[in-house]
Ligand binder design. Structure first.
Ligand code: ADP
Ligand code: MG
Length: 140
C-alpha cells in the first residue's frame, strides 16, 4: 500500500465551536498522522483562489464568505491511502447523507458549514498542500 499525503481543513464552524481537538482525535484514530498544521484566517482573495474550481457553482460566493467568517486549521495528513481514507472519515458533503460516525455526520451544521475539507484526488492533494505549506513545514 502506498503512503500518501492529503490536505485537510477544519472549517470556521469547527473552530467557532471549539471542535478542533475532537476532529483531530478522529483523524488520528483512523491512523492518519498530522504532519503539518496551522491556524489561519483566510483573506477573501485566498479563499477565492483555493476554491477557484467551484467559481461557476451557484454557492461560490456564500462558500467564500463562510470560509472567511472565522479562523480555519489547515493540515497535511499522511498515511496509507490518505486521500480516500480522509474522505471516508469526513463523510458525504451533505451531513444528512453522511454515514454515521463520520466527522460530518457528527459535527456538520449544514451542507455548507460541514466542518471539514479534504482533497478529492492525489493530484489535487499535491496542489492544495503546496497552496498552504512549504516543504520545510511538513514534518513526518
Ligand atoms: P466536498 O467538500 O465534499 O469535496 P464539494 O467539493 O462539492 O464538496 O464542495 C465544496 C464545499 O462547498 C463543500 O464542502 C461545502 O462547504 C460547499 N457546498 C457544496 N455543495 C453546496 C451546496 N449545495 N450549497 C452550499 N454549499 C455547498
Ligand atoms: Mg471538494
Amino acid at each position: 500500500m502506498t503512503q500518501q499525503r492529503t490536505l485537510s481543513i477544519l472549517k470556521p464552524d469547527a473552530t467557532r465551536r471549539n471542535l478542533t481537538g475532537k476532529i483531530n482525535s478522529l483523524i488520528e484514530g483512523a491512523g492518519l498522522k498530522i504532519v503539518a498544521q496551522k491556524r489561519l484566517h483566510l483573506s477573501k482573495q485566498q479563499a477565492e483562489a483555493f476554491y477557484a474550481v467551484h467559481k461557476e457553482r451557484p454557492f461560490f460566493g456564500e462558500l467564500v464568505d463562510f470560509m472567511i467568517s472565522g479562523p480555519v486549521v489547515v493540515q497535511v495528513l499522511e498515511g496509507e491511502n490518505a486521500v480516500q481514507k480522509n474522505r471516508d472519515i469526513m463523510g458525504a458533503t451533505d451531513p444528512k447523507k453522511a454515514e454515521p460516525h463520520t466527522i460530518r455526520a457528527q459535527f456538520a451544521e449544514s451542507i455548507e458549514a460541514n466542518s471539514v475539507h479534504g482533497s478529492d484526488s492525489l493530484e489535487n492533494a499535491k496542489q492544495e498542500i503546496s497552496f498552504f505549506f512549504a516543504g520545510i513545514e511538513i514534518l513526518p
